[in-house]
Design a protein around this ligand. Sequence first.
Ligand SMILES: [Zn+2]
Length: 293
Amino acid sequence: MDNNIFSDLDDLGFKDIDKLNIYEKEGQKIKKTAEDNNKISHADLLYDRTITCPVCGSTFKARSIKTSSYRIIKKDSDFFINYNIINPYFYDVWICNDCGYASMKTDFNKIKNSQKDMVKNKISTKWKGKIYPAVYDVNIAIERYKLSLLNYTIIESPSSKKAMNCLKLSWMYRILSQSENENLFMKYSLLGFKKAYNNEDFPIYSMDKFTTMYLIGELSRRIGDSDEALLWLGNVITNPKANQKIKDKARDQKDLITLSKESIEVSSNSSLDKNIEIKKPKKKGKGFFSKFF
Ligand SMILES: [Zn+2]
């Protein structure tokens, strides 16, 4: 657009105004960067919810997403939901900045008195506090999920909680395309869900027994443990009590394994035996995270 719309006014005394923009103040950026737009629009989709900490009794503001602010793009086969506009996973963990107690919001108030003492003795004594920015990103989400996982571990929560927390950490690394970390937390999630399957009552985070079996099968498939995956998925498919929807999902994932096994056989016939080595499940080490469960 021609910026010289005021050039006719020179004679009236208005010189040096030929670059004046009628819709923007002088010096104001005409176009905000994409990042600015992103932050501003995200901030508009959030509000502060006042929460009382069940451990120390202080109140804090939890960043929360306004309902209907996000849209689902697709769901992955392990129940990870891809959102656009704003990601609810980023705001899933609540942290009390006074005492360091943190958990996924659905569990926040489900804490026993004996567990509160564990937080006070083992978390609060070390917690330094942190002020987070108004809008969270995936790296902040990872930090918050890890603090939550630390709390679940310290207060000796059931395996299902740590398993779900690890699964969500795995998903955050999927967003970052960091497959090594994604797999690491998926393995710990799988370990926890197997323990939960044997020791806890259903539903587990709204998953019934067969959905949990399916998830264990699917996580096994994703970490490359095909035999274990076929066992769990097969048990879903053949169980007369499982609903058709979860059976169909189990069948789809079982087909993927069969297809991939066939392609490996084809490769090995073409003297590419290495492929089979790669697909072998690794031995489970007793790493740092094994103590979480
Ligand atoms: Zn607190």
